[in-house]
Design a protein around this ligand. Structure first.
Ligand code: ZN
Length: 158
């Protein structure tokens, strides 16, 4: 993996230095600290837990049609897993909604440029059901449990 740096910092991204096939673990994640709450560089690692990832993980950009998904590993950090073939030199992307139930610290307008861009960076909570199905198992395991919890709260008792 190699970091692409832009002069103003807004074009930073992570590029593959070798090709990957669908299902390959592209990058192993590791945590460098627990946080007491969410911030713009935090990763949600549980329903009410946030942490900081080390390495290049925090530099992977959001896309509404990403080439990577995420998988929780034994260190409670997220690995990036290829959702489709990635060529050497290709930029790694994932959907922030794969880890965050809500997005609190990003601009509302999404500039990912994907054909199927949602127009704004939303959390899992606001992801269309078809996208949730599309992402399959390559999302944080707590998100579907949080869906059930909020559905239970929202359902009126007859
Ligand atoms: Zn987008």
């Amino acid at each position: 993996m190699r970091l692409r740096r832009a002069p103003d910092g807004t074009g930073d991204g992570v590029l593959a230095t070798q090709p990957f096939a669908t299902g390959d673990t592209v990058m192993v994640g590791f945590l460098i600290g627990e946080l007491t709450g969410n911030d713009s560089h935090a990763t949600q690692v549980g329903p009410d837990r946030w942490a900081r990832h080390g390495g290049l993980g925090p530099k992977v950009n959001h896309s509404c049609d990403p080439n990577c998904g995420v998988r929780l590993n034994e260190g409670h950090a997220f690995d990036f897993v290829a959702r489709r073939a990635i060529a050497a030199g290709g930029e790694l992307t994932f959907d922030y909604a794969m880890r965050n139930f809500t997005i609190d610290h990003f601009p509302a307008i999404c500039l990912c440029g994907a054909e199927r861009c949602r127009g704004s960076v939303t959390g899992w909570k606001d992801l269309p059901a078809a996208r949730k199905a599309d992402y399959g198992e390559l999302v944080a395991p707590y998100l579907r449990a949080m869906d059930e919890r909020s559905a239970a709260v929202a359902t009126p008792v007859p």
